[in-house]
Design a protein around this ligand. Structure first.
Ligand SMILES: Cc1cc2nc3c(=O)[nH]c(=O)nc-3n(C[C@H](O)[C@H](O)[C@H](O)COP(=O)(O)OP(=O)(O)OC[C@H]3O[C@@H](n4cnc5c(N)ncnc54)[C@H](O)[C@@H]3O)c2cc1C
Length: 440
């Protein structure tokens, strides 16, 4: 019995599993095991809409066992702790899992660029839990600000700063803006519209770097019109508990700081043998195999393929790599020549909140309402599972007619920020900026 172990039930890992299961249907002597720490697949592009209470969190995830259906692969919910490549073994919390082939698809983690305080004092925005924590945080802040009589404290609480002007930062800030201005203002009588401040901080001169430059002006115009403060060419130099320091010394006091400034490879990718790029991704050949270990394939956010080292780390790239890795394992088993991975851009779509988006696809560039309809249609189509498609379509429709479901369901554990309204965190206090310079 041979065994292929696939790590990670995200875009890349799931695609590889489903394809390999199909390709090796006639090989009953080949076992496929998918290992992931969550028992669901998450559709990340809709995560910003969890924060704005537009979509129910459960509607963007699909249990792996429902996706599996009649397929033969085995799913093991487990956390991978290390990989012993020379011995061909994965070490998971429940014990070792030997393999003949390995597909590494554990995704990425946030990159903090060694900025002091960045990791400790900002909200991460990568997982479903991050989305739910942030949703509850925004609501918690609004409840607190509503009855705060100190105007300076209220202003600080109502300042939301997002670091990173890529598509994640832009989609998140426009969603939050819609939620705060359309839902919060009016329902929370102690929160005047003009006291809500949304700041998008970007180190480079442009937001949406890598996006079609012809569409950037529209995105900029929309953000400006919506009152989002843009700080481009403003690298963050330090992050405090409740404040950001920009290059040049300016301090922005913010009740909530969200980090969306970049990604680096999963920590376990950095432990794989062979060369890595500057953000820790394993350098693999054009067939996605690790140097000197043709039985190990690395795909998705943790991979830097020789044939597409500069391809953006997005879902279509992970899916494409998943397909190629699965095909190549089947090719090796059948003694056939291997397939090279080529990245073909499918275009880019960025939502700018309600009724607006920018879309660049197959040479077509559109923005505004029709682009927004297109964005919705594409994301609905790409969601995994018909039930999820119906649930999200209903969430969107009802969200335009009825108020959002903005109840704080739970105070997440280990969330020091969420403790603030209950008398302070048990964590050691983080460094605060000197009050004298705390202007803006
Ligand atoms: C907020 C957000 C919005 C995004 N929006 C878009 C978008 O609009 N369009 C787009 O194309 N891309 C988008 N992306 C990027 C896209 O999600 C990634 O490029 C893609 O998910 C990468 O796929 P992957 O298979 O490498 O990893 P992932 O999809 O991240 O999957 C990794 C899997 O590994 C599991 N895992 C991690 N560590 C362990 C461990 N130690 N043990 C076991 N399992 C583990 C995780 O639970 C997860 O299931 C977005 C990302 C984020 C965070």
């Amino acid at each position: 019995m041979k065994r292929t172990v696939i790590l990670g039930a995200g875009f890349g890992g799931l695609q590889a599993t489903v394809d390999l299961d199909h390709l090796l249907k006639s090989h009953p002597d080949h076992e496929i095991v998918l290992v992931s720490d969550q028992n669901y697949f998450m559709f990340t592009p809709l995560l910003p809409q969890i924060v704005s209470s537009y979509i129910d969190p459960r509607h963007i995830v699909q249990p792996v066992r429902d996706i599996r259906g009649h397929r033969n692969y085995r799913f093991q919910r487990d956390t991978v702790v290390s990989i012993d490549v020379p011995r061909r073994q994965v070490h998971a919390t429940s014990g070792p899992i030997p393999y003949d082939y390995l597909i590494f698809a554990l995704g990425s983690q946030s990159e903090y660029f060694r900025i002091p305080g960045a990791k400790e004092n900002s909200f991460d925005f990568k997982s479903l839990e991050d989305g739910v924590v942030l949703r509850d945080r925004v609501l918690d802040i609004c409840e607190h600000a509503d009855h705060t009589s100190d105007p300076a404290e209220r202003k600080r609480l109502l300042t939301f700063a997002i670091v990173g002007g890529g598509y994640t930062g832009v989609e998140l800030i426009t969603e939050m803006r819609d939620f705060l201005f359309r839902y919060v203002v009016g329902r929370y009588r102690g929160i005047p519209r003009e006291e809500i401040r949304l700041v998008l901080v970007e180190a480079t001169p442009n937001i949406l770097g890598g996006f079609d430059p012809m569409l950037r002006p529209h995105a900029l115009k929309r953000l400006n019109a919506e009152g989002v403060e843009l700080r481009t060419s403003s690298p963050v130099t330090r992050v405090f508990d409740g404040a950001l320091e920009l290059k040049g010394g300016e301090i922005i006091e913010a009740g909530t700081i969200i980090w969306a400034a970049g990604v680096r490879a999963h920590p376990l990718a950095e432990t794989l043998p062979g060369p890595h790029d500057r953000i820790g991704r394993a350098k693999v050949n054009e067939y996605l195999q690790l140097e000197n270990h043709p039985e190990v394939f690395v795909i998705g956010d943790s991979s830097s393929p020789a044939s597409a080292p500069d391809a953006p780390r997005v879902a279509p790239a992970a899916i494409g790599e998943g397909k190629v890795a699965a095909s190549n394992i089947a090719h090796i088993e059948r003694n056939q020549p291997l397939e090279s991975y080529k990245y073909v851009s499918q275009g880019m779509l960025v939502s700018l909140g309600m009724n607006d988006a920018v879309v660049s696809i197959l040479g077509l560039r559109i923005h505004g309402f029709f682009a927004w309809l297109f964005w919705n249609a594409v994301h609905l189509y790409k969601l995994v599972g018909f039930k999820k498609q119906i649930q999200v379509a209903l969430d969107w429709s009802l969200g335009n007619i009825f108020p959002r479901d903005a109840a704080i369901i739970r105070q997440p554990k280990n969330c020091k920020f969420c403790e603030t309204s209950r008398g302070g965190s048990s964590d050691p206090p983080a460094v605060r900026p000197p009050r004298a310079s705390a202007a803006v």
